[in-house]
Write a protein of this length. Structure first.
Length: 335
């Protein structure tokens, strides 16, 4: 891990959703409350200028975690620290405003994340005016042109509407809007999944270039292992609301230690045509309203032991598993 102090520190984040029916109906039917724990005690840190990738199947809690980190959802427990400041409890109103300015989000769907009634220039200018980063229309317009060129668009595009652009161009506009507040930390929630493969590569290269030029810190949420490998310094694997493994990017792909991580990698296409076998992940993720006791992955894990059905493993040395994989282990061979 990098020796740099963490820019972002996530401590014990948990998010519960109450899906219960009305209290009167529950009283009449004897139905208990229904609590869905979408995120369950997540801890990790991201050093300044690095990218932390978060992967896992749909429904694992990745997007819920991202929304808590940027403040769109309040956590049920835990906290998020930016440069040591608690996002939910800054020391003053001015500190809260300054903290919010430093954090922005790039959403999955560039067709839905931009206001279709606003010109692109107005969309990008809004954060500049909201945070009073430039004074006067001329200065704001100059900054908008600068941002458009920074993301590979033309200054003349400020006069156009979002519908006049392709999906990749719209995502560039969304990135320019995120940078308009002079943000230092971007949460990218599936930023390329709605784009063609060739356009995905362009957006990923843009994100990498911006990080090298501006020192931006990223949290990358994705289910695409190729994307996370290309962009991430470290990677966290989520399953049923919990982190089951955290490792350096290359280390995770070379020798994953959690059976779920191994199965995710084995299930990807062998584009290099090495001849290795592919292993389909068996079963379905458990119902989060009624998760299994012990380790949440044990119903699908070929290495499950009696202990796994009783005791949930803590994340130790980067892996949450009672029987982590060693070098050369197969996922189906318990030690």
């Amino acid at each position: 891990m990098s020796a740099s102090p963490p820019y972002l520190q996530v401590e014990g984040l948990r998010r519960d959703f109450d899906l219960s029916r009305a209290a009167l109906l529950r009283a009449l039917t004897g139905e208990p409350r229904r609590i869905l724990r979408a995120v369950d005690g997540v801890d990790f840190a991201i050093p300044r200028g690095e990218t932390f990738g978060l992967v896992g199947e749909s429904g694992s809690g990745k997007s819920t975690l991202a929304k808590m980190i940027v403040g769109l959802l309040p956590p049920s427990a835990g906290r998020t620290l930016i440069d040591g400041l608690d996002l939910a409890a800054p020391p003053s109103t001015a500190a809260r405003r300054a903290l919010r300015r430093r954090i922005q989000m790039v959403f999955q769907d560039p067709y839905a994340s931009l206001n279709p009634r606003w010109r692109v220039g107005a969309i990008i200018a809004e954060p500049i005016g909201a945070f009073q980063l430039r004074a006067g229309r001329a200065a704001i317009a100059a900054r908008v042109r600068e941002l458009l060129e920074l993301v590979g668009l033309s200054a003349a595009d400020a006069r156009k509407y979002p519908h006049e652009f392709s999906g990749g161009q719209r995502q560039r506009i969304a990135i320019a809007r995120a940078l308009a507040s002079e943000a230092e930390f971007l949460v990218c929630d599936e930023p390329t999944s709605a784009l063609d493969v060739s356009i995905q590569a362009q957006i990923l290269n843009l994100l990498r270039d911006l990080q090298a030029r501006l020192g931006i810190t990223y949290l990358l949420i994705t289910h695409n292992l190729a994307v996370v490998r290309f962009l991430s310094t470290r990677i966290g694997v989520m399953y049923l609301g919990r982190l089951v493994e955290i490792a350096d990017g290359e280390a995770l792909f070379a020798a994953p230690r959690h059976p779920y991580s191994r199965m995710l990698l084995d299930a990807t296409p062998d584009l290099a045509m090495t001849g290795r076998g592919r292993l389909r992940i068996g079963g379905e993720p458990p119902n989060p309203l009624a998760p299994p006791a012990g380790c949440g992955f044990h119903p699908r894990c070929p290495r499950a032991q009696p202990r796994c059905r009783i005791e949930a493993p803590a994340l130790r040395n980067g892996v949450a598993c009672h029987d982590p994989l060693g070098a050369g282990d197969s996922v189906g061979a318990a030690r």
